[in-house]
Design a protein. Sequence first.
Length: 221
Amino acid sequence: MKLIVFDVDGTLVDSQHLIVAAQGMAFAEHGLAAPSRTESLSVVGLSLPQAFRRLVGEDGPIEGLSESYKRAFNILRLDPNYEEPLFPGMGELVARLHARDDVRLGIATGKARRGVDRLIETHGWAGWFATTQSADDAPSKPDPAMLVQAMAAAGAEPGATVMIGDTTYDMAMAVSAGVAAIGVAWGYHPVGALFGAGASIVVDSAADLGALFPGPASDPA
């Protein structure tokens, strides 16, 4: 039985516009200049305190920015201009993998538990994931705790577990947990950085990703 663990933002879901806008609102609320788009996306995948710690330093208003960001995010996500679509082909790939008897699915994300629950409800994925690890359940990536807990919950060994993500934090977490690290090129960190952080391969499309997991139910026909 193989455990395939997905990151969310930048891997399954394209949430960059919402994240950047919510950060901008949070910084404005505290009278601070917003980070550049590149800076904003560079911390995607970290828990909020860790992300803002990187953006403003240890002496910045980390807790206040985190709370402001949550409020802004919840307001903006209701605006159709900040839709969070799945990346092309990822919904279909998750469905095909879910249908297989030799695969279990998991999520490991810097999102809060509420965001994970909302994602699963939105896409009709209830019951599809053997384990869902969020920022509320474990230390921030790249700490390996999310993957260690995911493997324990799913009854999987490191040699049968794969982490799929778009950031160096995902790759480093996988390496620390002793599991295979697969990067996706459509996310928020450069491909070279993913390899540098430990990715064994970086794929360019959902089709290329699916080809890494051949099986009787992997053929949509």
